[in-house]
Design a protein around this ligand. Structure first.
Ligand code: PLP
Length: 363
């Protein structure tokens, strides 16, 4: 493929040896190993985006007064590159990530990276490090673009110097033995997002606030935490980093409606589209904790699952809260979760036609 990239490629002089890379590919896990290169690009109001480069992966040298370290003016994205059987490499709906990155940046008063530069940065890194794309079942190269206030200044205002980075990390299958149901902790004490807050932006600060409730979830034997709305403490929103779906016995797929406090997942949106293929009706609306609890107990809700790029679809086996629990009828992934998961993966890995034009060929 020809490249009309605006990024300068400066190959590393010390790439990881092929044998060592092969070793990493045996069991990459998630987010533990990184490829040979990274992308950086700078922004100032005067020069706009400039100095885009693909260069050796390595530590950032940060002045202690770097604004992001103090005021958390930072946003990020997460997407994957998939190796197909013919050796080609593809990303999934990267333009949707590019646009969400712009919305997140807007909310955090960061500059909006033009869509073509986002795609250029991601594609250039994946092309340069294409040997790092794993080819085993359900493996991928996880790509993490992020942008932070790199201005050295302790005054509180939007930074006048911003840095974009893109790094990539080989990822193994999320579930080694097929999707296994998780238990979810209902946080009654803490919120993830409030009206007018940053809940719809993909920013590090949201995650920082979710770590204490996440720790409480673990202390209560749960894998993940689910947050409810901060005003009424009634309406289910999402997990710390995944959106939620409920399958009703009448064939309706229900998901909490967006409204500023929920992150608009690419996986969520794709599932809403795929639902029609399986004859499922979709309903984006408010879902109360009570509806979840009673629905699972009385069989009206037949499946609950969470979704996001990293794990694709994770079945939820039980909901636990201080002093109570409701357990789903089956202790494995439900049929709808399995069908949707299979369908999505078949498109992503090129095993099925892509009728929606979702796949983007990188190299
Ligand atoms: C990234 C993220 C998701 C999932 O989004 P995808 O685009 O499907 O990966 C859901 N919730 C939060 C809070 C997130 O940060």
């Amino acid at each position: 493929m020809t490249s009309d990239s605006q990024l300068r490629v400066e190959p590393t002089s010390e790439p990881v040896a092929p044998e060592q890379r092969a070793q990493i590919h045996v069991e990459p896990g998630f987010g533990r190993f990184f490829t040979d290169h990274m992308v950086t690009m700078k922004w100032t109001p005067q020069a706009d985006w400039h100095d885009g480069r693909v260069h050796a992966y390595g530590p950032l040298l940060l002045d202690p007064a770097t604004a992001a370290l103090h005021y958390a003016q930072e946003v990020f994205e997460g997407l994957k590159a998939y190796g197909h059987d013919d050796g080609s490499v593809w990303t999934f709906r990267p333009e949707v990530n590019a646009r969400r990155f712009q919305r997140s940046a807007h909310r955090l008063a960061l500059p909006e990276l033009p869509e073509h530069l986002f795609l250029d940065a991601v594609d250039s890194l994946v092309r340069t490090d294409r040997e790092w794309v794993p080819h085993g079942a359900e493996t991928s190269l996880y790509i993490r673009p992020f942008m932070y206030a790199s201005e050295v200044f302790l005054g509180v205002r939007p930074a006048q110097h911003v840095t974009l980075c893109v790094i990539a990390s080989p990822a193994g299958p999320y579930f080694s033995h097929g999707p296994e149901p998780v238990t979810i902790w209902l946080s009654t004490e803490y919120s993830r997002a409030g009206i007018g807050g940053t809940g719809a932006a993909k920013c590090g600060g949201n995650y920082a606030g979710s770590l204490l409730p996440q720790r409480q979830a673990a202390e209560n034997g749960c894998h993940q935490v689910v947050f409810v709305d901060s005003a009424e403490r009634t309406w289910v929103e999402e997990l710390g980093g995944m959106n939620l779906f409920f399958v009703h016995d009448d064939g309706t797929l229900v998901t909490p409606e967006l409204g500023g406090t929920i992150l608009e997942g690419v996986t969520r949106d794709s599932i809403l589209t795929l639902a029609a293929e399986f004859g499922l009706k979709v309903d984006e609306r408010r879902v109360s904790v009570e509806e979840w609890r009673d629905g699972v107990a009385n069989g009206q809700i037949v499946e609950v699952f969470a979704c996001g790029t990293a794990a694709v679809i994770t079945p939820i086996g039980a909901l636990r809260w201080p002093g109570g629990e409701v357990v789903g009828a089956v202790d494995e992934a439900g049929e709808v979760a399995r069908m949707l998961r299979r369908r999505l993966l078949d498109i992503q890995y090129g095993r099925a036609e892509d009728p929606y034009g979702w796949m983007h060929r990188v190299c």
